[in-house]
Design a binder for this molecule. Structure first.
Ligand code: 13P
Ligand code: SF4
Length: 311
């Protein structure tokens, strides 16, 4: 702990000297969340990055979050401390294949989840996050034909709650697809008072038995306002930190993955970020996120459309 506190203090000093801000996703380690200027879900991080007046934005999250920040604030230096912090969902949608896919449906509007590369955003009409996906899909005329990518589970879920029939790209997140429905149902039997909270990136059978489905921000909000006292949480376990901080009297149980030999409910990409790497990234102003200007100009439009609808 002492070591961590030292690094945290050095980092905070340097952050001030360099006029930098640290934004962290809910899936980060507790010690990173605790010293961040801002902790939020993907939508809130994009909103924060578009408004900050700092010179440097340090993104404690994954690559696409850094890219989104850079696309919105091209004049800022954006740091992601480990460029290997990718996202299996974003990787499940290669731009050349997605481009061919959407060409098959020229009369369709293209809606993409923010968990994608800048190239995919540049091919999109509008971007969504799990917080605003329903509202944005609802904003299209009922007879508008829609493609949704890359998350098939979120797409399916949004189709269900909006009564749409969007054509879906077949992508998924490896963390959210690994929760074991069987073990969750056993947990529910052992804890009959526990409510199941699930992120819409989880598979349909799990979402069907969930008491509440929503983005990380929505699940956190629900858990703090709800009158229950115990929750099984089916999303990356980093979110439990804020849940416990907001509701110290309640019990939160991370949903178990189907493989009990690994911590599969931790996102290995998100967890590549450490306090030491954050400190080094800030010290050396490296590694930076760069987005080619021609791509950025195309990608910024669907992101800004999303932000306009969500503000
Ligand atoms: P949120 O939009 O809820 O922050 O989700 C981000 C994410 O990566 C989910 O796996
Ligand atoms: Fe991507 Fe899944 Fe990790 Fe979220 S939890 S960053 S969707 S791999």
């Amino acid at each position: 702990v002492e070591g961590i506190e030292n690094i945290q203090n050095e980092f905070l000093k340097l952050k001030k000297e360099k006029n930098a801000v640290l934004m962290a996703h809910y899936y980060q380690e507790d010690e990173i969340q605790d010293i961040a200027d801002f902790v939020g879900d993907s939508l809130a991080l994009a909103q924060f990055a578009s408004k900050t007046e700092a010179d440097i934005i340090i993104v404690a999250g994954v690559h696409f979050m850094g890219e989104t920040a850079k696309i919105l604030s091209p004049d800022k230096t954006v740091l992601v401390p480990d460029l290997n912090a990718g996202c299996s969902l974003a990787d499940s949608c290669p731009p050349d294949q997605f481009s061919e896919f959407i060409k098959q449906y020229p009369d369709h509007k293209v809606i993409t989840y923010v968990n994608t590369s800048a190239d995919i955003k540049a091919l999109s009409d509008i971007v969504v996050t799990s917080t605003n996906a329903k509202a944005i899909v609802d904003s299209f005329d009922k007879d508008e034909k829609l493609i949704f990518g890359p998350d098939r589970n979120l797409g399916n879920y949004i189709n269900g709650i909006t009564g749409r029939n969007m054509i879906l790209w077949d992508g998924a997140c490896h963390v959210h697809e690994k929760f074991s429905l069987e073990k969750i149902l056993d947990l529910k039997k052992e804890n009959p008072d526990a409510k199941l909270l699930a992120h819409p990136e989880c598979k349909k059978p799990l979402l069907m038995v969930a008491d509440h489905v929503g983005s990380t921000a929505a699940l956190l909000n629900f858990s703090s306002k709800d009158d229950g006292n115990k929750y099984i949480v089916a999303t990356e376990s980093g979110i439990l930190h804020q849940m416990k901080l907001k509701s110290p009297e309640k019990t939160f149980i991370p949903a178990p993955p189907n493989d009990s030999t690994c911590a599969c409910n931790d996102c290995n990409f998100m967890r590549l970020n450490t306090m030491t790497k954050l400190y080094n990234a800030l010290k050396y102003t490296w590694p930076t996120i760069e987005v080619e200007e021609s791509i950025r100009l195309k990608a910024v439009q669907p992101i800004e459309k999303m932000l306009d609808i969500s503000n």
